[in-house]
Design a protein around this ligand. Structure first.
Ligand SMILES: Cc1ncc(COP(=O)(O)O)c(C=O)c1O
Length: 343
């Protein structure tokens, strides 16, 4: 199958791969002379970009990813859009890119949803929203000059159940030497971080037949290429404390907040590979993120051998926490946190 995204005007064929189908309209704004232009709705398709554009040389780009859900009554609700916009502004600041205006970006998202309301899939599908910011300043001598011109685009993609083949316990390779990315940029959602993780991830897939790589530079557990990592046992969760080395997941924050309210002891702290291997002898381990919510890990693969996580199946507490968050996202449980917004 062609891995390029296609636009699609109406109802989807059965379950295309995540991100390969886009709705046919997008919202675009440009930053020039110190201000953002009004946003415009345009057909989703190729854009013109100068070959000297800052992003093409100096990787000045960041993005976000979050979802809007269709509920049983037909209403469409976005999940924690404000938190994602805040994170995008933080990414832009770290990359010295013009910061998107919070209200304008929220309106661009809502405008795109409005144009494709009929294409928001029913649960367990959702509309995945992808704001994208990149430096357009045409200057190939700008390695240490920030992009004073930039483009902001909001794309949307109908996505179907991430676990359409049934939920399977993940096999994860534990990389205890290499870094996922530069330590000060781990918390920034920038393309370069994904490019940096790509090589080690593909190599581990080939060598060990794993789904993802858990990066643990110098033995300190961080995260995978696209999800945060949690250890779970009884009413106890351990996950890395927030620092600049990894992405501060909105799903992670949501799960920890809910777990605390459910009476869990939640420890956010640094921990190492040895402690993780010990924990999983009779505990659970899972990955959190927008795409999969909370995905159970069955096996941790290390260069010195394999470690089964609990029974090797998805743990019962992982499933319970996942179901509790999905219920809020889909409106089946009360949203006492104000995380969902009808649009
Ligand atoms: C590197 C990385 N870590 C963690 C996450 C999970 O973040 P969130 O829960 O905000 O989707 C993502 C997904 O966006 C990611 O790309």
């Amino acid at each position: 199958m062609n891995a390029n995204a296609q636009t699609r005007p109406s109802a989807a064929p059965a379950r295309p791969a995540f991100g390969t189908v886009l709705v046919d309209q997008m919202s675009v704004a440009n930053f020039r002379d110190g201000r953002w232009s009004d946003a415009e709705i345009k057909p989703t398709g190729p854009i013109e970009i100068h070959p000297a554009a800052h992003v093409l040389h100096y990787a000045s780009t960041c993005f976000e990813g979050f979802k809007a859900y269709r509920r049983a009554d037909g209403g469409v609700h976005v999940f924690r859009m404000d938190k994602h916009i805040e994170r995008m502004r933080q990414s832009a600041r770290q990359l010295v890119l013009p910061e998107p205006d919070t209200a304008q970006l929220a309106q661009m998202v809502i405008d795109v949803i409005d144009r494709c309301r009929d294409q928001v899939p029913d649960a367990p599908g959702a509309l995945y929203l992808r704001p994208l910011l990149f430096g357009t300043l045409a200057n190939i001598g700008a390695a240490s000059i920030p992009a004073s011109e930039a483009c902001l685009i909001v794309l949307a993609s109908p996505v179907w159940d991430y676990f359409s083949g049934g939920m399977k316990p993940l096999r994860i390779y534990v990389e205890d030497q290499a870094n996922r990315t530069a330590a000060h940029l781990g918390m920034v959602k920038t393309g370069g971080n994904y490019a940096a993780a790509m090589g080690p991830t593909l190599a581990a897939r080939k060598a060990y037949n794993v789904d993802q790589v858990l990066f643990c530079p110098d033995g300190s557990v961080q995260e995978t290429g696209a999800a945060n990592f949690l250890l779970i046992r009884d009413k106890h969760i351990v996950t890395r404390s927030l620092d600049s080395t990894f992405l501060h997941g909105v799903t992670r924050d949501s799960l920890l907040t809910m777990a605390r309210d459910m009476g869990f002891k939640v420890e956010e702290r640094v921990f190492d590979v040895a402690e993780m291997f010990d924990w999983v002898k009779n505990g659970e381990a899972a990955l959190s993120g927008t795409a999969a919510v909370l995905a159970g890990i069955g096996t941790l693969v290390h260069r010195n051998g394999e470690h089964k996580v609990g029974t090797g199946e998805i743990g019962p507490i992982t499933q319970k926490l996942r179901a509790a968050l999905v219920a809020i996202q889909n409106g089946q449980a009360e949203d006492r946190y104000g995380w969902t917004r009808k649009v």
